[in-house]
Write a protein that binds this ligand. Structure first.
Ligand SMILES: Nc1ncnc2c1ncn2[C@@H]1O[C@H](COP(=O)(O)OP(=O)(O)OP(=O)(O)O)[C@@H](O)[C@H]1O
Ligand SMILES: [Mg+2]
Length: 250
């Protein structure tokens, strides 16, 4: 099952939520979840998770088809929480090597090896991003409570439906209070976007940042914090959906 984490604006909390979500799923289902860092051109997920990559998706493209799968699996980093992580580029200039075709081949391999793929996406509506959004079984659309972001999110939902044929039911809206004291309430946000928020993540002060700096992941280091509990609810939503899909297929 592919879960894409996207937002119309930078700094909305995509990486934070993608890392914590993958860790939350990994804690429950060890070895079944991989976080694919496609936040281009800057990859931060490994840094946030305190992992030091030595290979990445961009470098695997050199391998021929037979070796490609092994090269990708060798590039995976394994986090103590139980999740794996695949960086797309080690250096900014390598991000140019990430083509839509390479991403689709990568997702094919990882989809066979893992039950859960969480993809952290960049803001740009590139071919890479579109390819992942179209293929995703679930899109977590991060929304921050600011009017321009809400208006752009409403536009994006329209584009999903009218141009990309992504049904509204495949998209979950996650209202993330990434900053303190915003004037826009959940009700305001729902009015502007014309849809209910599926999940709300409270402002957690410096907790997420502190966890990143100390090399921890909040869902593992402070599982009783409000934000960690919200992310764990998101994780349960994803694993329940996966279970329902599997039993429908069986
Ligand atoms: N609910 C929250 N409470 C407190 N801080 C938060 C929350 N969500 C995110 N943050 C903080 O907001 C900042 C931006 O988050 P993050 O880097 O995850 O966003 P992003 O969408 O991945 O941004 P980028 O565009 O740089 O990829 C980080 O410092 C993170 O710790
Ligand atoms: Mg990010």
């Amino acid at each position: 099952m592919i879960v894409a984490v996207y937002a119309v604006k930078g700094g909305a909390g995509r990486t934070t939520i993608a890392v914590n979500l993958a860790a939350a799923v990994g804690r429950k289902h060890r070895g079944e979840c991989v976080l694919v860092d496609l936040s281009l051109p800057y990859n931060h997920a490994a840094l946030v998770a305190n992992l030091a990559p030595s290979s990445c998706m961009a470098l695997c493209d050199r391998a021929d088809q037979g070796q490609f799968e092994q090269a990708l699996l060798d590039a995976l980093l394994h986090h103590p929480t139980g999740m794996a992580l695949l960086p797309s580029a080690l250096r900014v200039e390598q991000s140019e090597l990430i083509t839509p075709q390479l991403v689709q081949r990568t997702l094919d391999v990882l989809d066979d090896a893992f039950n859960y793929l969480v993809v952290d996406l960049g803001v740009a509506m590139s071919e890479v991003t579109l390819g992942v959004l179209e293929r995703a079984d679930r899109i977590l659309l991060m929304v921050t409570p600011e009017l321009p972001t809400l208006k752009d999110t409403a536009d994006l939902l329209r584009i999903f439906e009218d141009m990309l044929e992504i049904p509204p039911g495949r998209v979950s809206l996650v209202l993330n209070h990434s900053r303190p004291q915003t004037m826009v309430t959940r009700a305001d946000a729902e009015r502007v976007v014309r849809r209910k928020m599926d999940m709300e993540i409270a402002y957690e002060g410096a907790r997420f940042d502190r966890a990143a700096v100390t090399g921890e992941i909040l869902v593992a280091s402070e599982p009783s914090s409000a934000a960690a509990k919200s992310v764990m609810r998101l994780a349960s939503m994803i694993t329940d959906e996966h279970k329902a899909r599997s039993s429908r297929r069986a």
